[in-house]
Design a protein around this ligand. Structure first.
Ligand code: PMP
Length: 382
């Protein structure tokens, strides 16, 4: 199988599994227990926290382990909002946040909390004029993704941090797609809180963290003594150790980014050459190195994914499946892309295990399968 869906999840690295297995079998005691085995577990937790803090450029007290980015996002938004000064009750999101995060935004709005969305331009980048107009002194919190999971477009975190801080608001950044793909340092990124999820960088699923700048007030959402009272619940120690191992493995992210961008460019250039109907979104703006979001004319993504499946290639659609059909991607819709084009969106996302041989295989096998379908589409076009 050729796996080109690394933005959905990544295969756990062998070293991650090797780090987790002895914890699952041998360090299973509760980290809160006073006995020897409990203290061993507590030490393992402390060592993992130190690794996370070292790799991500934060203090150990700034790491709050969670079950992933979804929980970290909820903790940040609800927790920072609840801790905001009286008179600050507005929350600003962007219109292209992850679908789960937009559900949270909607649930706040339904509860009567004023919520605004910063729009994006046709090229997928954030509209900074809209951001400046929305980030006013009644804003408690701005929540912005560092990189979009569909288009890969990088968001201007430092600029939005400056706007938020000038207005007296805090900034939460969902860096789920960014960490592991671009160099990252919490102490210099400008955000007050940052979410991450281990399975996006070859760690295990069901574990992540919220990094919270020391001194920033947060009201816990899950009560218990763990994580300094900020996130209750017995820790997923094996998962946390696996996440630390995955971060430790990242190494020189900037060099890997160049390798992935090269592979992605070979893919996009080759597809365009073989199938001139190929349209790549966001190709000319800063974006994640391994993400390619494109359409083949207006060929339905279901047809394309079927052909890819036949070839043993795993990719993804940009459509959100809802009961009874598919909705066009909210990200493409926000960019003003018509529904018939958005419903043709295919996302290839490359990662640490991707090779030039994978890309070449795709370039040799996919175009011959799609060319007759595109020809047919051309003939039947109104
Ligand atoms: N935010 C972004 C940008 C994501 O891409 C994802 C995962 N697709 C999430 C949040 C949620 O991560 P998790 O499912 O691991 O909680």
């Amino acid at each position: 199988m050729i796996y080109l869906d690394h933005n959905a999840t990544t295969p756990p690295a062998p070293a991650v599994i090797a780090a987790m297995l002895p914890v699952l079998s041998g360090v299973w005691a509760n980290t809160s227990s006073q006995h020897g085995p409990g203290q061993d577990a507590k030490r393992a937790l402390g060592a993992a926290r130190a690794t996370v803090a070292r790799v991500l450029g934060c203090k150990t007290v700034e790491v709050i382990f969670t079950s992933g980015a979804t929980e970290a996002n909820h903790l940040a938004v609800r927790g920072l909002l609840a801790a905001a000064a009286p008179g600050r009750n507005r929350v600003v999101f962007t219109s292209v946040e992850h679908a789960g995060h937009l559900r949270l935004a909607r649930s706040l709005a339904e509860a009567g909390i004023p919520v605004d969305f910063i729009t994006v331009r046709a090229n997928g980048t954030l509209d900074m004029a809209a951001a400046a107009a929305l980030i006013k002194p009644d804003v408690a919190l701005v929540s912005l993704m560092a990189a979009n999971n569909e288009t890969g477009v990088l968001m201007p975190v430092a600029e939005v941090a400056a706007l938020a801080h000038a207005a007296g608001a805090v900034l939460h950044v969902d860096a789920t797609q960014f960490i592991g793909k671009q160099p990252f340092n919490f102490s210099t990124c400008g955000a007050d809180a940052v979410s991450l999820s281990a399975h996006k960088f070859q760690g295990p699923k069901g574990v992540g963290a919220l990094l919270l700048r020391q001194g920033v007030a947060l009201v816990p959402q899950t009560l218990g003594s763990q994580e300094r009272g900020r996130r209750g619940g017995t820790e997923n120690l094996a998962g946390i150790v696996g996440m630390a191992a995955a971060l430790d493995l990242l190494g020189d992210v900037a060099t890997q980014a160049i390798r992935l961008a090269t592979l992605r460019d070979v893919l996009e250039t080759g597809l365009k050459q073989a199938l001139p109907e190929t349209h790549v979104w966001c190709q000319t703006v800063p974006r994640l190195p391994g993400t390619s979001y494109l359409r083949f004319g207006q060929l339905s993504v279901d047809v394309v994914l079927q052909r890819l499946d036949r070839l043993g290639v795993a990719a993804s659609s940009g459509a959100a499946c809802s009961s009874g059909g598919s909705e066009p991607s909210h990200v493409l819709t926000a960019m003003g892309v018509p529904a018939e084009e958005a419903l043709a969106a295919v996302r290839f996302s490359l990662g640490a295990t991707s090779t030039l041989a994978d890309v070449n295989h795709l370039l040799q096998t996919l175009p011959p399968l799609l060319a007759p379908l595109l020809h047919e589409e051309l003939l039947t076009a109104p």
